[in-house]
Design a protein around this ligand. Structure first.
Ligand SMILES: Nc1nc2c(ncn2[C@@H]2O[C@H](COP(=O)(O)OP(=O)(O)OP(=O)(O)O)[C@@H](O)[C@H]2O)c(=O)[nH]1
Ligand SMILES: [Mg+2]
Length: 458
């Protein structure tokens, strides 16, 4: 297959120590030889010092490395020019490479070629872009493990087990006259149950994975004037939202991304919930109620100067009954005796409401407790990010779910005593969906969509 030789700047285009211009394809070395002069020999897997010339005009003194196909990132011949990291000189060097026969790479084209040439599978390629975009330590660890192939290995093993079972079934269907070990339905049922459990356990890590990658969506809700916007500002460390002592200050949802430890919170500060005739405020209140249902965590805030009423209890019970995660804060404790908190506690306990914390946002009291509580709630399942397989990608999760559906169908067929070759059709489908995770039998459209999200030069 003849493909063009591509080139792009592999580093960020800003003033820095060095910039790297990457060239991949069968003409890489030919292009380098036209523009690079060195006293050394540029042999495979080496890096040599020399000068880049545009005809007889000197552009820069550089280092050039050469990786010979197939032992390179893309599996093709690759040359990389390490030039000085100024934006002008970097652009000029790239232009020169393009004038001498390379075409500008599409975003993600180097990694796409690596996938198409079998240097990495699709789940590893997807990990590359996520590793580049990782913003927390946990995220980075999860994606370096995925890049190292922890998803690939698990999926390959699951597929092998299913393919072994299929082979076993097919032999006994096609050659019943031979004395092969007969397919025992109980054995197939056990194996299928086993695989369904294994895949379901992997799917269950997705919730944690989504939180690692996108953060925890949090809504601060409560009556007007209890201190919701003050809390947002405290957590964000700057005056993001307007705070006044006028009830009904916040009308629309105010959003802010905040890091606590290694956890990212996407906080929505909402309009105080109350009955109102004001049209704008009314829309705000409706938005607050809607937000409450969409988030991973609700912070329900009271002011210790107010009292709990039926409406609060009704909303809190709804949150509790729906199984939503929540924390209740009793704010403005600086204004009241401690016994007031006990009164709140008693009333909330009577209604089965848990996770209640006394705070004073103004005096910075109880805020550490709140942060610890959030971490405690979301680290409950104690996943070992450094080593365990965690699904972060919705595409992977959907394919895992599909494969479980088909394995369940297979299980049903065998339990209904239907012919074993029908069972095997469902197992084949399950195996096909697992394969798509690592890029086996995947369509060109899917591949293109995945690599479109990459940055230029990767
Ligand atoms: N004494 C005391 N006052 C506080 C505390 N937290 C906030 N306040 C004050 O309470 C008033 C309302 O604060 P906001 O943060 O605007 O309250 P809110 O819940 O966002 O109000 P709405 O946007 O109207 O729903 C302001 O005057 C704050 O300074 C606190 O811990 N103690
Ligand atoms: Mg507010």
């Amino acid at each position: 297959m003849s493909t063009s030789t591509i080139a792009a700047i592999g580093t960020a285009l800003s003033n820095s120590g060095i910039s790297i211009i990457r060239i991949s394809g069968e003409d890489s070395l030919k292009i380098i030889n036209k523009i690079f002069k060195t006293k050394a020999t540029l042999s495979p897997n080496s890096i040599v010092f020399g000068k880049i010339y545009d005809k007889d005009k000197l552009l820069d003194t550089v280092l050039v490395s050469y990786f010979k196909a197939p032992r390179s990132y893309t599996g093709e011949d690759i040359c990389e020019i390490n030039c000085h990291g100024g934006t002008q000189i970097t652009k000029e060097t790239l232009e020169l490479v393009l004038e001498n026969g390379a075409v500008l790479a599409e975003p993600g084209e180097f990694s796409k070629r690596a996938f198409l040439n079998g240097k990495m599978d699709l789940s590893q390629a997807e990990a590359v872009i996520n590793l580049i975009n990782a913003k927390t330590k946990t995220e980075a660890r999860v994606f370096s493990n995925q890049l190292d192939g922890n998803i690939s290995k698990k999926i390959k093993k699951l597929r092998e087990d299913l393919i072994y079972l299929l082979a076993h079934i097919e032999v006994s269907v096609d050659y019943p006259e031979y004395d092969y070990e007969e397919v025992v339905p109980e054995h197939v049922i056990d194996l299928l149950n086993n695989k369904i459990d294994e895949i379901t356990n992997i799917i269950d890590t997705y919730e944690q994975g989504r939180i690692i990658q996108n953060g925890i969506n949090v809504a601060i809700v409560g009556k007007p004037n209890v201190g919701k916007s003050s809390l947002l500002n405290k957590l964000a460390n700057y005056e993001k939202a307007i705070v006044t002592d006028i009830p009904g200050t916040t009308r629309d949802i105010v959003e802010e991304r905040v890091n606590i430890g290694d956890v990212v919170l996407n906080i929505s500060d909402t309009a105080g919930i109350r009955d109102t005739e004001d049209i704008v405020e009314k829309i705000g209140v409706e938005k607050s109620l809607k937000k409450l249902e969409e988030v991973d965590l609700v912070i329900y805030m009271f002011s210790a100067l107010d009292e709990i009423d039926e409406k609060d209890l009704k909303l809190l019970s709804r949150i509790e009954n729906k199984g939503l995660k929540y924390i209740v804060l009793i704010n403005k404790m600086d204004k009241v005796e401690k016994s007031i908190f006990d009164t709140f506690m008693k009333q909330l306990e009577q209604n089965d409401i848990k996770n209640v914390i006394p705070v004073s946002v103004i005096n910075d009291e109880g805020i550490e407790k709140l942060k610890n509580k959030i971490q405690e709630i979301f680290n409950k399942n104690d996943l070992d990010y450094e080593h365990e397989l965690i699904v972060t990608n919705a595409r992977h999760k959907d394919l895992l779910k599909k494969s479980v559906e088909f394995l369940n169908q297979a299980l049903q067929e065998i339990k209904n005593n239907n012919p074993i070759d029908i069972v095997s059709i469902y197992i084949k489908d399950a195996s096909k969906y697992l394969g798509e995770i690592i890029g086996a039998d995947v369509s060109v459209d899917v591949v293109n969509k995945i690599f479109e999200k990459f940055c230029l030069g990767k």
